[in-house]
Design a protein around this ligand. Structure first.
Ligand SMILES: Nc1ncnc2c1ncn2[C@@H]1O[C@H](COP(=O)(O)OP(=O)(O)O)[C@@H](O)[C@H]1O
Ligand SMILES: [Mg+2]
Length: 298
């Protein structure tokens, strides 16, 4: 496993300058010519070459020789370093700890924010992994990495903004702290994922709390989660409150497929609770509630 924190600590301000120069060049080139890196970083050639070989050894950059010229691009790990650097400078993050999860399109680390607050650092990784899916492998090969970076950045911003709005509405979601590039920092929830089927003293109460958040999101923020499942719900250890996480793929109310997504989200959760906890709410009643047609669940 890659020790992101250790790599981060081994980097000097000059290393960051070179990473930044490559990032800037990637707005124009898939692989940025050495000459341009030099120009952007304003570091003499003999130093740049050493720095680049260090960055290459740490797998922060990829190297290619194009008709005799050396050129470089960032890897996701290189982009991670730039985001971490910004977050640290912004005083949003003090340390990064263990990786606690790898999802379809993300990696999740624990972190420490100033004041010793525990946080979650989510790195979006669209376009990476899932090599079993041939469709992905093909698109991975077709698309330059910069496009994937861009998509991950858009996803991070979306997730941050959805969480900000939802937490202002006092919905049960982790409070977001900040985001940069493809990385979102959110409050750490000391909880158990619902897929682990934790013992619940009041499963009906937990289910109703979930529907309450779905309702707030739909009625007040105008959004639908779109991937609601036992994998994206954390039940707080302290007070059994269910937090809905993982929002980047949300849909807007009013989009052509919105009602289909809403129904799927709600139906899925109702089924899970019925199967695992033996509590039942009628789908149409739940939908009337989340759509605001009923004030309470009948
Ligand atoms: N705020 C949080 N507090 C505690 N654990 C979290 C938090 N956010 C995510 N996690 C952990 O990371 C896992 C994956 O997070 P998630 O946002 O669902 O990303 P993805 O499914 O895209 O990998 C969760 O199942 C949970 O174990
Ligand atoms: Mg998830």
């Amino acid at each position: 496993m890659v020790k992101i924190g250790l790599i981060y600590k081994s980097l000097t301000p000059r290393d960051f300058k070179v990473l930044q120069a490559i990032e800037k060049g990637m707005g124009r080139y898939e692989y940025v010519p050495l000459e341009l890196i030099e120009k952007y970083a304003r570091i003499p050639e003999e130093h740049i070459v050493l720095i680049l070989s260090k960055l290459h050894r740490l797998k922060l950059v990829k190297r290619r020789t194009i008709s005799g010229y050396k050129a470089f691009r960032l890897t996701y790990l290189g982009l991670d370093m730039l985001a971490l650097n910004t977050l640290v400078k912004r005083n949003a993050l003090k340390a990064i700890g263990d990786r606690i999860g790898v999802g379809k399109e993300s990696e999740i680390f624990k972190g420490i924010a100033p004041g010793d607050v525990e946080v979650i650092v989510k790195f979006l990784r669209i376009g990476r992994t899932s090599f079993r899916q041939t469709r992905r492998v093909r698109s991975w090969a077709e698309k330059p990495i910069y496009d994937w970076f861009k998509q991950s950045k858009i996803a991070a911003e979306r997730e941050f903004k959805a969480l900000r709005e939802l937490s202002q509405l006092k919905a049960l979601v982790p409070t977001p702290i900040t985001y940069n590039r493809h990385v979102v920092v959110v409050e750490y929830i000391n909880g158990v994922e619902l897929y682990r089927r934790p013992r619940l003293s009041d499963p009906m109460g937990v289910l109703k709390d979930i529907l309450y958040t779905v309702r707030k999101a739909y009625l007040e923020a105008g959004i639908i989660h779109g991937d609601l499942s036992e994998y994206n719900i954390l039940v707080s250890v302290e007070d059994e409150k269910p937090y809905i996480i993982d929002w980047p793929q949300y849909h807007y109310r009013g989009e052509p497929m919105a009602e289909t997504y809403l129904r799927r989200d709600v139906e899925y959760i109702l089924r899970f609770f019925h199967k695992v906890y033996r509590v039942r709410i009628d789908l149409d009643n739940a939908l009337r509630y989340v759509r605001g047609e009923d004030e309470e669940i009948r």
